[in-house]
Ligand binder design. Structure first.
Ligand code: N2P
Length: 347
């Protein structure tokens, strides 16, 4: 009798769960790792009855490879600026007219009309930020390093094996190009060779190339210096007060990430709902509070936690902004040179 009762209770519970899962259907989100809080997704599920399944990637290039290989299961994915253009040109995106969504009026310039999608036909803004490097001041000789990419590419001998670069051809190549004062889209093999030489010379100093777990690796003091996104650096500092994020004097890569719908997505309506929902100030602010990056939505900073508001990366000074180097879409020739550098480096 008891067993029977439990059994029917379980059955009823099961029915309830599947009824609620069915109410709004599903949304398959493919995002960068550690880039959206679970609580926010739970609230979206509660408010809309749409169940969110999250899968993660670690670079624009892995995202592109996955979609080109024919992955069909995703409804919303999160490419950076230059990658929106590449995906759009490859016919991988749905045209979704973000500029006609109710919350689009809240998108602030210049990200309401970005170069890579001037009419916002394919993409909505998510977070924006910069890619510099972080070091643990308590463990570098003299307690301070130069505000230069030199510190990262040719670190003090004492840091051997304690430095990590992102596992990201776009980020690492661009940082090296900025340091060497070479155009990120150079088509000159001699310039690409200079980048190659710099990266090859740095390699013995590195513990690894890895874009995941940068916060934990720094906080655990497993390494001393890490190429890092500013939001990750902000989060690193919450536990490791001696972490210093560097805006190198030569310039710093600036990027913005976007929500798009891949061609053929099965849950298009849910994806559209999600994208508009994420442009709600309170919702996007919750993502910023978690990730440590700023966003492009008017009114969202009213919901920022005090720590985030106080972070210079959120409200960069004019001097800091002057260092920003936006991503460019390079020619096929330039990309081939870049990819050759990377393939050789990773051999
Ligand atoms: C977070 C990913 C940051 C996005 N792990 C960099 N464009």
């Amino acid at each position: 009798m008891k067993v029977c009762k439990l059994h029917s209770l379980a059955l009823v519970a099961g029915l309830l769960v599947s009824a609620s899962a069915m109410a709004g259907g599903e949304l398959n989100l493919y995002n960068w790792s550690d880039y959206i809080p679970q609580d926010l997704l739970k609230r979206f599920e509660k408010e809309t009855g749409i169940k969110v399944n999250l899968d993660v990637f670690d670079s624009n290039e892995s995202l592109l490879a996955k979609l080109k290989a024919g992955a069909k299961g995703y409804d919303v994915v999160v490419p950076s600026d230059y990658m929106v253009k590449i995906m759009r040109d490859e016919g991988l995106l749905e045209k979704i007219d973000v500029s006609k969504m109710p919350n689009f009026k809240l998108v602030q310039a210049p990200l309401n009309k970005p170069d890579f999608d001037p009419q916002r036909e394919y993409s909505a803004p998510y977070m924006w930020g910069v890619t510099g490097f972080t070091y643990d001041a308590s463990r570098v000789p003299g307690g301070k390093l130069d505000n230069s990419w030199r510190s990262f590419f040719t670190p003090p001998a004492a840091l051997k094996g304690k430095v990590v670069a992102l596992n990201d051809v776009a980020e690492l190549y661009k940082a090296a190009a900025i340091y060497l004062k070479v155009d990120q889209c150079t088509e000159d093999p001699k310039q690409a060779k200079r980048i190659q030489d710099l990266l090859e010379a740095q390699k013995p100093m590195l513990a690894m190339y890895n874009s995941d777990g940068t916060i934990e690796r720094m906080q655990a003091q497993e390494v001393i210096m890490h190429q890092q996104w500013n939001g990750a650096a902000y989060r690193t500092r919450q536990k490791l007060k001696s972490a210093v994020f560097v805006y190198p004097k030569e310039g710093i890569p600036f990027w913005n990430d976007n929500l798009v719908i891949p061609k053929g997505a099965k849950n298009r309506d849910n994806a559209l709902k999600f994208i508009n929902w994420m442009m709600e100030p309170k919702n996007i602010a919750e993502a910023s509070n978690f990730t440590g990056y700023n966003n492009a939505i008017k009114g969202s900073s009213a919901y920022f936690v005090a720590d985030l508001k106080a972070d210079p990366a959120i409200n960069p000074t004019a001097a800091m902004r002057a260092l920003f180097v936006p991503n460019k879409n390079c020619s096929a020739k330039a990309n081939a040179l870049r990819d050759r550098v990377w393939t050789k480096l990773k051999k």
